[in-house]
Design a protein around this ligand. Structure first.
Ligand code: SF4
Length: 361
């Protein structure tokens, strides 16, 4: 039977300074065998212990290039899955809370995507290239790998669409309708050539002609955090602060993207604000932990979140200091808990789709 000090609940009861101390000690003990990756949406106390931080694209590239034996992923489940797919078989990937999912990734189930694919192909002979946003399950990535498609992130979605249109007539994009629409429109594809596919309706809620004419078919999925921003609030803010710059993540809806000054991935948002002159004023539409960290990092600029409250990702928040401390404690003791293993049934196809993405840039 486990002792109390071997239980996650015991770690929850420890004060923060004790958790910090334990994490630092475990890191020292595991040394170069361990690499801790952290997504920008993690809280400050967790991010303080990460060896590398980044957005999903940046972290995927780091995971692909490391030789560490243990990779602890402070992020959500699909990110750890992606790391497992692209690392060597002797490397092991862990997530401190295996229940940290992603609302957006859960918007698409493989059986619904496969049914939609069959329905679309029944009524058009066009060559269709599937693209899945990295915020999706391994089965979705495998589907893309097996059907001539690829994975994309918010950093490279335009390059992925370009890649697809060099090889096909239509793109089937899932699960995030907003990233798909914002990217396609930004590349000059008009809205009347972009349709939405609702899995609960016949032909996704479209007529056969609309499906035949569409160049981009978008899955009806979205991120609940990025839906908290709205164009009406932006207009109101602008009237009060005419010099303020609005910068948004492409998971925000089309109306928000259209009235923003800048739109781009997490990495783009950080870089754009870092390069801006002192004294500039920014309103940012993305997760609160990143925005608050930007505020601390650039005190010479005025930075605020683009909402009256602070939208945050509940899934990312599941990775707490106590969970990280418990994870490392167990690894130090040779207990490989919370390991993320993608079955080879999906890993092979998913690897093809991810590698196509990694070759884009
Ligand atoms: S912010 Fe949205 S897309 Fe990102 S992990 Fe959370 S739910 Fe998923």
């Amino acid at each position: 039977m486990n002792r109390k000090s071997d239980q996650p609940d015991y770690f929850k009861s420890l004060p923060a300074d004790e958790l910090h101390r334990r994490i630092s000690n475990s890191k020292k003990a595991l040394g170069r065998r361990l690499l801790i990756l952290g997504h920008h949406y993690m809280t400050d106390d967790v991010i303080a212990h990460t060896d590398e931080r980044g957005d999903s694209f940046g972290l995927a590239k780091i995971a692909a290039g490391t030789d560490a034996e243990y990779i602890v992923f402070c992020g959500v489940h699909f990110m750890a899955e992606t790391a497992d797919i692209i690392t060597k078989s002797e490397q092991k990937v862990f997530i401190p809370d295996p229940h940290a999912g992603c609302f957006l990734a859960d918007c698409a189930r493989i059986q619904d995507v496969e049914k939609a694919w069959k329905d679309i192909r029944k009524i058009t002979s066009d060559n269709i290239i599937p693209i899945t946003y990295v915020n999706s399950g391994a089965e979705m990535k495998a589907f893309c790998g097996e059907h001539g498609g690829l994975v994309c992130t918010s950093s490279n979605s335009a390059a992925a669409l370009k890649w697809a249109f060099e090889r096909g007539d239509k793109v089937f994009f899932f699960p995030d309708q907003h990233l798909g629409r914002n990217t396609a429109y930004g590349m000059g594809i008009p809205l009347d050539e972009i349709i939405l596919w609702n899995a609960d309706e016949t032909l996704g809620g479209n007529g056969p002609e609309a499906v035949r004419d569409a160049r981009v078919i978008l899955w009806d999925g979205f991120c609940d955090v990025h839906q908290e921003f709205n164009a009406a609030y932006i207009e109101k803010l602008r009237r009060k602060n005419p010099d303020m710059k609005i910068i948004v993540h492409p998971e925000c809806d089309f109306d928000v993207a259209r009235v923003a000054d800048y739109m781009g991935s997490t990495a783009y948002i950080i870089e754009r604000i870092a390069r801006a002159p002192a004294g500039t004023h920014w309103a940012v539409a993305t997760e609160r932990n990143l925005v608050n960290r930007l505020k601390q990092k650039f005190p010479d600029k005025r930075i605020e979140i683009l909402q009256t409250f602070e939208p945050y990702c509940k899934s990312m928040a599941q990775i707490t200091l106590a969970r990280l401390a418990f994870q490392l404690d167990q690894l130090e003791k040779g207990r490989l808990i919370n390991r993320v293993i993608v079955s080879e049934k999906f890993a092979e196809g998913a690897r093809i789709a991810i590698n196509r993405m990694l070759e884009l840039s």
